[in-house]
Design a binder for this molecule. Sequence first.
Ligand SMILES: Cc1cc2nc3c(=O)[nH]c(=O)nc-3n(C[C@H](O)[C@H](O)[C@H](O)COP(=O)(O)O)c2cc1C
Ligand SMILES: Nc1ncnc2c1ncn2[C@@H]1O[C@H](COP(=O)(O)OP(=O)(O)OP(=O)(O)O)[C@@H](O)[C@H]1O
Length: 308
Amino acid sequence: MNVYHDLTPGAPRAAVALGCFDGLHLGHRRVIRAACAPGLTPSVLTFADPLEELGGKSGGQLVTKRQKLHLLEQMGVQQVYSLRFAAIRTMSPEQFVDEVLVRVCHAWKVCCGFNFTFGYKGAGTPETLQALCEERGIGCEIVPAVEVDGETVSSTRIRALVQQGDVAAAERLLGRPFGYDFEIVRGRQLGRTMGTPTINQVFTEGFVLPRFGVYASLVSLNDGDYYGVTNVGVKPTVGADAPLSETWIPEYHGEELYGENIRVDLIDFIRPEKKFSGIEELQNNILQNAETAKKIISAYLQKEMPVV
Ligand SMILES: Cc1cc2nc3c(=O)[nH]c(=O)nc-3n(C[C@H](O)[C@H](O)[C@H](O)COP(=O)(O)O)c2cc1C
Ligand SMILES: Nc1ncnc2c1ncn2[C@@H]1O[C@H](COP(=O)(O)OP(=O)(O)OP(=O)(O)O)[C@@H](O)[C@H]1O
């Protein structure tokens, strides 16, 4: 998959999906699937800016950059234009179509969702895009709203669920579990003296913060997936400088994982984070939480996954 960060002309005949695509949820995937058209190079045009700078309040990204590119590649996308919004911000809808979609992307087809806006001050709507494409002989597919439980799927809705700790509901909208693949960093190494060594990951600035608490998790390691028990928070019993994700993987006894990017998916919320009276009480709780996590994950793995 080629990733362009500027307006470098790409493959000769492209089908281009347009949008921010934070989270790559079920709605986004429908739009991207429309760009996986026979005979055309499946392409995505998206933005690399922090979400707040693209307008809206955000509350944080739902996928890391690495994860987003990995998911796009898995979907069969061959070209990604990850642009700075400033590069196109002042273009009129016509200019955007002519200078970006036609001249740079060589678009033969463009795809967007029902609520897509583009061009200076968001003047262009899906109907504008359709009309401009028609005039230029370019195909245009506007994907209707994808809904779950009678409500439109959106990144905003998923962020709110993650912030409430309802990762199981977030998963139904994402079509895959909510997770992250931050680098493993060193902790104070207290966990190993407690018999519960953890992999520690720091939430990067701009990433959504899940509700603080303990989750049953699935951890993807080189030799397969393991169940984990993850604490997200600032561990008030011993203290932390910044919000962390700490995962104990009870059945992993392999090499150190420092420096690696490991994917941890949060499957279900177990309990809120709390301040314990001492290490022993904390330790007992962690052991109980691990038992709960094991049951949750084994039931989860037996469930049939919907095909998305
Ligand atoms: C499953 C799990 C649950 C935890 N729950 C809490 C908690 O509720 N409150 C808290 O202060 N710390 C909690 N912790 C964090 C521990 O305090 C921390 O993992 C331990 O002190 C080791 O820290 P270290 O990795 O910096 O050595 C939890 C850790 C795990 C793995
Ligand atoms: N539920 C959906 N069904 C179909 N298309 C969608 C849906 N949600 C977004 N899209 C389309 O996917 C592309 C990317 O959209 P965008 O990144 O703005 O997503 P969003 O989920 O609506 O985000 P936000 O909640 O932050 O507004 C756009 O073309 C948009 O119209």
